[in-house]
Design a protein around this ligand. Structure first.
Ligand SMILES: [Zn+2]
Length: 461
């Protein structure tokens, strides 16, 4: 069995912070100690560096079919880019097709990911056509496929959205079998009406994308889903939370002792609605749903982390090249919704969060890794550095400064929303299951190295 010893680093988990040597045998951590008296096949000196658990991004869309095109990262390119930045596990969404089964969606995602993904991966199952037949599939999805999380869309009427009765029934079924429901919370009917009115008035510029999807539409749907989760007793998670109004709904739920899991994404913490008034078509780069919000919302989300209201910072990584975005130059409804982020999330959250004093080191680990691992049943295999856990470790140098650019990133997309941003701290080495995957910017693993992760029912962990 291969062995690797990381000396003199500072181990940081969601709760601890101490200097230690970490010994890895095979794919897992075998020993942690102040000074380990062991000989390993390979030694890495991590003096001056943090050892973080590998990043988990619980919200990505590789090769997602959208509006007649596909998001531009494959499982190969997107997961390799993630590894470069310090992300060792992604959870992607296997989207059911209308008229298709959940099983077919999962098989389709395995076809895309298996033998291609470079980092480890799991799937959420997105339910877009809930009926008596799909209801019957739920226990199998959880117990046989190891997928304990289901996604619903409360927006995208006529394509992805399911109605309140369907949501209620899905929650009953998922709760019974130990799963969790995750939701894109935006009021699809209100948004549909806004879009219709804007197009009728000739308002086709990209800024009307954001104006058609105000924060109260998001908060309304969040409140509704929270109530349905309360009534059915279903564990519940809101994906890509963007605004203060939604957090107010979450706070209100805590007053009746309800737990609501909340994800935000790095772009909602760092970018704002001023993107939509940029010159020309530039703003199309950040046409995403929900849209970017106001500065006060960013402040609420940062505060929400420290208040334990926000539990994970993901990306909703769904990149489209500029030529793909062009499809909507004359009509905002034709711009494919999505933006890149999987490579930059981890380093940006450290730089803008820890280095700027907004969150502490332990909170950084909780937000970038541990929180998602616990919510989705990957912990303690993933999400921490501990004896017996997978040796997914990022050797991170907090002193290195670098600049983000599409010229040097590894994502398969021709722009970067953070172009020119100065970043404090850099992933020096990424270790995945005991193998050095990235070292000083060089990839040492390739296509197919990633493993599919089955996740147990939440009521068994
Ligand atoms: Zn998404």
């Amino acid at each position: 069995m291969s062995s690797l010893l990381i000396r003199n680093g500072t181990v940081v988990t969601a709760t601890d912070h101490y200097q230690a040597d970490v010994c890895i045998e095979g794919e897992t951590v075998s020993m942690i100690g102040a000074t380990l008296d062991v000989v390993a096949e390979r030694e890495i000196d991590a003096t001056g560096c943090y050892l973080f658990p590998g990043g988990i991004d619980a919200h990505t869309h590789m090769e997602l079919p959208v509006m007649g095109t596909r998001s531009s990262d494959t499982f190969e390119t997107g997961t390799l880019a993630g590894l470069h930045g310090g992300t060792t596990t992604i959870i992607d969404f296997a989207n059911q097709s209308r008229g298709g089964t959940l099983e077919a969606a999962i098989q389709e995602w395995h076809r895309k990911a298996d033998d291609n993904a470079v980092c480890d991966y799991a799937f959420h199952c997105a339910v877009t056509d809930f009926n008596a037949d799909s209801r019957k599939e739920i226990p199998n999805i959880i117990h046989d496929h190891g997928i304990n999380s289901f996604k619903i869309f409360m927006a995208y009427k006529d394509t992805l959205m399911i109605d309140d009765l369907q949501i209620h029934q899905l929650m009953e079924e998922v709760a019974e079998h130990g799963g969790i429901v995750t939701a894109h919370t935006e009021n699809g009917d209100m948004i549909e009406r806004n879009i219709h009115n804007n197009l009728a008035a000739g308002n086709k510029a990209l800024k009307y994308h954001a104006l058609s999807r105000p924060a109260y539409c998001e908060a309304e749907a969040a409140g509704r889903a929270i109530d349905m989760a309360y009534e059915t007793g279903c564990p519940f998670y809101i994906v890509h939370t963007t605004c203060e109004e939604t957090l107010e709904m979450v706070k209100a739920a805590t007053l009746r002792n309800q737990k609501v899991h909340v994800e935000t994404c790095i772009q909602y913490l760092l970018l704002d609605e001023s993107w939509y008034s940029k010159e020309g078509f530039e703003g199309a780069k950040m046409v995403i749903s929900p849209p970017l919000r106001k500065r006060k919302d960013q402040e609420a989300l940062w505060a929400g982390m420290n208040q334990n209201l926000v539990h994970h910072v993901a990306t909703d990584h769904c990149p489209f090249c500029l030529a793909q975005k062009e499809a909507g130059r004359e009509d905002f409804t034709k711009i494919p919704n999505g933006a890149p982020g999987v490579e930059n999330r981890f380093e940006l959250l450290f730089s803008e969060g820890v280095a700027k004093g907004r969150i502490g080191l332990n909170k950084f680990v909780e937000m970038s890794s541990t929180g998602a691992a616990k919510i989705f049943g990957l912990f303690p295999r993933k999400g921490t550095i501990a004896v017996g856990s997978d040796a997914d470790i990022v050797i991170f140098d907090p002193e290195i400064q670098h600049t983000i650019s599409a010229d040097s990133h590894h994502m398969n997309v021709d722009y970067n929303p953070y172009e020119g941003w100065q970043v404090q701290g850099k992933t020096r080495t990424t270790i995945l299951r005991g193998t050095v995957a990235i070292d000083e910017g060089e990839a040492l693993v390739s296509r197919g190295f990633g493993e599919y992760l089955k996740r147990p029912p939440r009521n068994s962990i």
